[in-house]
Write a protein that binds this ligand. Structure first.
Ligand code: IVH
Length: 676
């Protein structure tokens, strides 16, 4: 970027971040997640690091804390309420420990105190002679807002500290005792409240923390009392600091005094033990009642805190050990359209690589054209991307404020980018455009891969790579072409030698009469999965009957609803697909008809529910069908047996009871299968 552009970008980032902060802290409105805002701040500080001349006094990188809200009395904290520096991995954690060790005498006992970092808002409760005198928000760290009346409504805040006997804790009931902690709203309460607000057409809150913050800054304490808030303490402060020697002691004392302090907090001796705790809670954090984005790790011995001191706004003796952010900001470099197996044209964003939740993301799905226009995502936009769980990353929204005029709106191509066929929509109301050409190269390699996959034709040794080379060599354009591939053709490809070519040619020839269900599944009709294909095959028995069926006829099949029926009719109606079926016929590929009158289970309909010990459901289906029986997916009038396996769902049992279907177990099924 040119210096001029850099200055412009920095100014825009500053404005956007400041606007976010104002909305968040003053209006309690969240314009984006904190992770996304942090990501922008990171970009800004990188620019400022490279170009210190661009730093302005009002830059968000130069400031600490929030702005006090007009309406509450301002209170100066007895000691500054600090923030924490972040570390994100073992390396950074160890670097923090090393730095601290260097500053401490060799004799220091370096033990750590770890707690969950709660996602709420910090508050300081001041007790005078054991009685709650004042509650103050963090504010900018020096001055906060007097929210005593509101905090008094929080049930878990003792208005008077519990009377404790014994010399070690009794002193905290005398003079001034300050308890610092986090005001949180539990996830379950947040959900309930937001649902209620949505029903009443009131604006909903973005997250429990916003709701907690919004609540505590209400000017009417009666309203606050109606909202369930909790206070979890993490600090105990006395004028004589020696009265609280360690953080472990602080937590013990707090609990004795009747304040909640997380019971999960514990001591660690070294980085190894901290890592273990960190990983444990990374997995288990969903089970916590409140949100968290990491741990707080402090040196346990509080005398060492004073020795280590403060840098900027953070103490050297503590860090926040954060979990990787699930959102980040980056730029959309381009948008292209990817054609899937069923022809669906999905726009995909190519991103400037960015780390989200611990892994680098370079692409994100944009779902469909409508979604791009609704969100107004343009090529060149700065965007927020997110990853939730294992799902494909997605673009949450563009940051329109950061546009410089060079961004280009995305235009959905009218034709397939691979084969230039005109894209179509099955219905006007459909969101997804499709390439209707079965022979489209990108469609075909995915479709052919599907046709030959394990659940469909199960052609051994024809993997994805071979499919791609066959298409590349012009030998195969659609699933039917697979059957025309000869040994000599395969030998021309790099990957094949005499034996492997012969083996594959034979494997293909062996599958000229596949079971109808597998063939139907292999066609890749939208919504037709393995089980639906089995049900269709059982019902129609012949491919020609299925291909000529109407929506009404299809709807008679158990488990086939309107959407599936329409997709099937539409597939068979397309000329390209009719051509494909004719081609199969010409080559001599003929799926086996399902016949009832061929085995000992002829005319017997069986449903399997739950899992079996001796075989998978698919194996059971094949065995039943091999003996002439009908394998159904759900219980109906005509079902003869319901085989009850392990972990069964209640619905099938209820239906079987209602219809008087005979229930048998796995052993009975095995006996039926042995009938010869
Ligand atoms: S100890 C110097 N323990 O995180 C502050 N803080 O970024 C040391 N927080 O403002 C605080 N859970 O509001 C501590 N278990 C916990 C915490 C916690 C949440 C908040 C706190 C503080 C911020 C620091």
């Amino acid at each position: 970027m040119l210096n001029k552009d850099m200055a412009k970008r920095a100014a825009k980032l500053r404005e956007l971040i400041n606007n976010y902060r104002y909305n968040y802290h003053v209006l309690n409105k969240s314009l984006m997640s904190e992770a996304a805002a942090d990501s922008l701040k990171h970009e800004l500080s990188q620019i400022e690091e490279k170009h210190p001349e661009l730093v302005t006094p009002d830059s968000p990188t130069q400031r600490v804390g929030g702005q006090p809200l007009p309406g509450f009395k301002q209170i100066r904290h007895s000691s500054r309420m600090l923030s924490l520096n972040d570390v994100f991995n073992r390396e950074e954690l160890e670097a923090w420990i090393t730095r601290a060790t260097k500053l401490l005498p060799a004799s220091a006992n370096l033990e750590f105190w770890m707690d969950i970092k709660m996602d709420g808002l910090a508050a300081a409760l001041v007790y005078e002679e054991g009685v709650l005198a004042q509650a103050v928000t963090r504010g900018d760290g020096f001055v906060g807002e007097d929210v005593t009346m509101n905090v008094r409504t929080i049930e878990s805040v003792p208005l008077r500290l519990r009377h404790v006997k014994g010399p070690s804790f009794h002193k905290f009931l005398k003079g001034r005792t300050e308890v610092r902690g986090e005001i949180v709203m539990y996830k379950k309460d947040f959900k309930k409240l937001n649902e209620k607000r949505a029903k009443a057409s009131l604006p909903t809150f973005a997250n429990p923390r916003n709701l907690a913050a919004g609540t505590i800054r209400q000017l009417d304490p009666k309203l606050v009392a109606q909202r369930p808030l909790h206070f979890h303490a993490y600090d105990l402060i006395r004028n004589d600091r020696g009265e609280v020697p360690t953080n472990e002691f602080a937590y013990k004392a707090l609990r004795e005094l009747g304040v909640i302090a997380n019971s999960t907090a514990t001591v660690a001796k070294n980085a190894e033990q901290i890592m273990k705790f960190y990983k444990y809670w990374e997995q288990k954090r969903q089970d916590l009642p409140f949100n968290t984005d990491g741990l707080v790790v402090k040196i346990n011995d509080r005398r060492l805190h004073d020795r280590l001191g403060v840098v900027g706004k953070a103490p050297r003796a503590s860090v926040a050990f954060k979990y990787p952010a699930e959102q980040a900001t980056t730029k959309v470099k381009d948008i292209f359209v990817s054609i899937g197996r069923t022809g669906a044209a999905t726009p995909v964003a190519i991103l400037k690589p960015v780390v989200v939740a611990g892994s680098t993301v370079q692409m994100a799905t944009l779902h469909n054209e409508g979604e791009i226009h609704r969100k107004d995502i343009r090529i060149g936009d700065s965007v927020i991307v997110q990853k939730a769980g294992d799902v494909i990353p997605e673009v949450v929204k563009p940051l329109a404020e950061l546009r410089d005029g060079s961004e280009k709106p995305f235009v959905m191509p009218t034709h397939c980018p691979d084969c230039n066929t005109k894209l179509i929509k099955a219905k006007e109301t459909e969101a997804v455009w499709r390439c209707p050409n079965n022979a489209c190269p990108s469609r075909s390699w995915k479709l052919i891969g599907h046709f030959t996959s394990k659940g469909a034709l199960d052609i051994e040794s024809l993997g994805e790579k071979n499919v791609v080379s066959l298409i590349g060599a012009g030998l195969v354009k659609d699933p039917a072409d697979i059957y025309t591939v000869k040994k000599e053709d395969l030998l021309k490809l790099e990957r094949f030698a005499d034996i492997s070519a012969e083996k594959l040619a034979k494997a293909i020839a062996d599958k000229k009469n596949p079971p109808l269900a597998r063939f139907v599944y292999g066609l890749g009709i939208r919504h037709v999965g393995e089980q639906t294909a089995i049900d269709l095959a059982n019902h129609f028995k012949k491919l020609t009957r299925l291909s000529n069926s109407t929506i009404d006829e299809l709807s008679e099949v158990e488990g086939v609803g309107e959407v599936v029926a329409e997709a099937i009719v539409e597939w068979f109606a397309r000329p390209a697909n009719q051509k494909l079926l004719k081609k199969f016929q010409k080559i001599g590929v003929k799926p086996e008809e399902v016949r009832r009158s061929t085995g000992p289970l002829t005319g017997v309909s069986i449903v399997v529910t739950g899992s079996l010990d001796s075989m998978s459901r698919e194996e059971a289906a094949e065995k039943i069908r091999a003996l002439g029986g009908i394998f159904q997916s759900s219980v109906g009038q005509e079902t003869d047996y319901l085989v009850v396996g392990d972990n069964v769902g209640e619905s099938k049992l209820t239906k079987a009871r209602k219809l008087g279907t005979k229930q048998i177990d796995e052993q009975d099924l095995l006996k039926l299968l042995e009938r010869k």
